[in-house]
Design a protein around this ligand. Sequence first.
Ligand code: ZN
Length: 131
Amino acid sequence: MALYSEMVMDHFLHPRNVGVIEDADGVGEVGNAVCGDIMKIYLKIRDNVVTDVKFETFGCGSAIASSSMATELIKGKPLDDVLKLTNQAVVQALDGLPAHKLHCSVLAEEAIQAAVKDYCDKNGLPYNGGR
Ligand SMILES: [Zn+2]
């Protein structure tokens, strides 16, 4: 029974970029009530580029795999690209998620947007994200 792709299982069992950045430039925390996932993303930003990213996710396997993949996708990217990251892109990179688990990937997108917004708010910069 292959409910989850190998890529999802790999990121769930070996999540990338887990942890905390103590002096993060932006922090975003979001949650969803459906499976009780809570996701926190820490960003280190230099010259509008994400130089480091870590996450803490308390949640289901899909949420952990989504945050892991999302951090891989935004690491080293300029903020403009980071804000364009959609949950569809995360799901694609994971080779798909079951339909009833798609909301877990939305969480990764929202947490990253919230972290960038936090960074912009702290630095008096215009925030061009959100949908
Ligand atoms: Zn979930």
